[in-house]
Design a protein around this ligand. Structure first.
Ligand code: KIV
Ligand code: ZN
Length: 549
């Protein structure tokens, strides 16, 4: 597991010698608190898949669900408990007999299990939700902890809405539940209300005044309603928390929970300040984030810290120049440390000469200084009308070819069939400018999948699709669809873009753009060229060119 630490800020972590450090436990609640959020629910199979991702990532505790909430959730917790061997599996339960027994039953197959009890302690919750006095809350919590300890060797107690609870009462409750057997004391900021200074002061006080606190792990659980979930978690850690509850991509109730990837990378990147390790293999963070967004269909915002598309992308000319000279000028983490494909210098309206020159040379296109100035002027004009100038555009500018007529392969025909409840099938016909032709058919889980699979097969190239996005770029029934692909080929990442009123055709054009780029730099025959061209017409009525409009 890679836990390689960081030395002081702005130095390169790769060569830092790891001193022995204390550990912060990562308690992941993506499958419970995260899954509770609107639009984030997961089936049993999806939870199982994500649990595997989390275990490989190196989280210490996976909270798999709330078994008493539904039979589906109980079954999901049982499935996760039976499949994981390294991570401890947690199940949430209210301080009620039925919940505790149901949680214990769901955890039966776990190699290491934890029952996570919760009861609200704040005056607002006592009065309006529970209708309980302080004494009743205290007695209920203690009785539940005793009952859970009889069924499970590892019990955590959470004082729901702890940050709006009278500190004296919180201290009383925590002292009592530790005496009853709880070994993790969680202090949730259930409504994301606290501030870093406030939570740090509370944790310091709990460490001073809770009797028996040395026998328990103090845990932080922060929500992000005021955008301070991660900052508050880190403040709690600085003040003594040694377990942090968090979720991938920060999903969770309302504005979400503290994002696991942000907490982990803050601890790692600012090890000069925190000097604490986690068991997380940070190089798996990006893949884990994408696995979650793919599973629940919730896209990660471009500007999301650590795992967003823009996290390692630079467009401004001054920044790009700095990055080309030395990456530490504008990057405090290396993309490879979080498993991000690589730094991306985005060519756009803010880019300057250095970045364009670098891209031209990466694309293997020679150009002299005089011609470069002409190309740069044309690039600036193009960048005014496009959000991002793609590699294909740069090639067109340098080679002086028309954007719409590059090829060499063109889409002559495309037929797609979709069967409800079954696979989709795509057949395509490609025509080369030199007269060669290729035909291919492939099936896929949907039409876009089928058509990209057919193109990959026709190309005979080892192409791995890293990302495929389709979206509408207009309004109304006749709106254009846009497909953007990122493809890995020979350790190189290539991007293709296609537009059409037919989104399946747009995906085909995006993939064809990638194939053509490779073909232009390494001319070769496609895998299955058929029907050599007779040399007459080059385009029939169905002919489609790669569009990079
Ligand atoms: O936010 C919260 O209070 C919770 C508890 C159940 C731990 O999620
Ligand atoms: Zn929560």
């Amino acid at each position: 597991m890679s836990t390689s630490p960081h030395t002081p800020a702005f130095s390169d972590p790769a060569h830092a010698a790891p001193p022995a450090r204390e550990r912060v436990l990562i308690f992941d609640t993506t499958l419970r608190d995260g899954e509770q959020a609107p639009g984030c629910s997961m089936t049993r199979a999806q939870k199982l898949r994500m649990a595997r991702v989390l275990e490989e990532l190196g989280v210490d505790i996976i909270e798999a669900g709330f078994p008493a909430a539904s039979e589906v959730d109980a079954a999901a917790v049982a499935a996760v408990a039976g499949a994981m061997r390294r991570a401890r599996i947690g199940a949430l339960a209210r301080c009620q007999e039925g919940d505790i027994v149901t949680a214990a039953r769901a955890l039966e197959a776990a190699a290491q299990a934890r029952i996570h009890l919760f009861l609200a302690t704040s005056p607002i919750h006592r009065e309006h939700k529970l209708h309980m006095s302080k004494a009743q809350v205290l007695d209920t919590a203690v009785a539940a902890v005793r009952r859970a300890c009889a069924l499970c060797g590892d019990v955590e107690f959470s004082a729901e809405d702890a940050l709006r609870t009278e500190p004296e009462f919180l201290i009383e409750v925590f002292t009592a539940v530790i005496a009853a057997g709880a070994r993790t004391i969680n202090v949730p900021d259930t409504v994301g209300y606290t501030t870093p200074a406030e939570i740090a002061a509370l944790f310091a006080r709990l460490r001073r005044e809770v009797v028996g606190i040395e026998r328990a792990v103090l845990s932080t659980h922060c929500h992000d309603d005021l955008g301070m979930g991660v900052a508050n978690s880190l403040a709690a850690i600085e003040a003594g928390a040694r377990q942090v509850e968090c979720t991938l991509n920060g999903i969770g109730e309302r504005a979400g929970n503290a994002a696991l990837e942000e907490v982990v990378m803050a601890l790692r990147t600012r090890a000069d300040r925190y000097a604490l390790d986690t068991g997380i293999d940070s190089t798996r963070l990006y893949a884990a984030s994408r696995a979650l967004s793919g599973t629940i269909g919730l896209e990660v915002a471009r500007n999301k810290a650590i795992v967003g598309d823009n996290a390692f992308a630079h467009e401004a000319g001054i920044h790009q120049h700095g990055m080309l000279v030395n990456r530490t000028t504008y990057e405090i983490m290396r993309p490879e440390d979080v498993g991000f494909p690589h730094t991306r210098l985005v060519l756009g309206r803010h880019s300057g000469r250095h970045a364009l020159r670098e891209r031209i040379s990466t694309l293997g296109l020679g150009i002299d200084d005089a011609r470069f100035e002409t190309v740069f002027t044309a690039f600036k004009t193009l960048a005014e009308s496009k959000r991002e100038v793609l590699d294909a555009d740069v090639e067109a500018l340098v080679l002086g070819t028309a954007v719409h007529a590059r090829g060499p392969w063109m889409l002559a025909a495309l037929h797609v069939g979709t069967y409800v409840g079954g696979a989709s099938i795509a057949s395509l016909h490609l025509r080369h400018v030199d007269g060669r032709e290729a035909r291919e058919t492939a099936t896929g889980s949907g039409p876009v999948h089928a058509v990209t699979a057919a193109l990959v097969r026709a190309s005979g190239l080892a192409l791995e699709i890293i990302e495929l996005r389709v979206r509408s770029i207009g309004l109304g029934a006749g709106a254009q669809g846009e497909a953007v692909l990122r493809v890995q080929h020979d350790a190189q990442e290539l991007r293709g873009r296609g537009t059409s009123t037919d989104i399946v055709e747009a995906a085909a054009l995006a993939m064809l753009e990638v194939v053509n780029r490779i073909e232009r730099t390494q001319p070769r025959a496609l895998a299955n060229p058929t029907h050599p061209h007779d040399g007459n017409s080059h385009h029939d009525d169905e002919a489609r060119h790669v569009s990079v409009a």
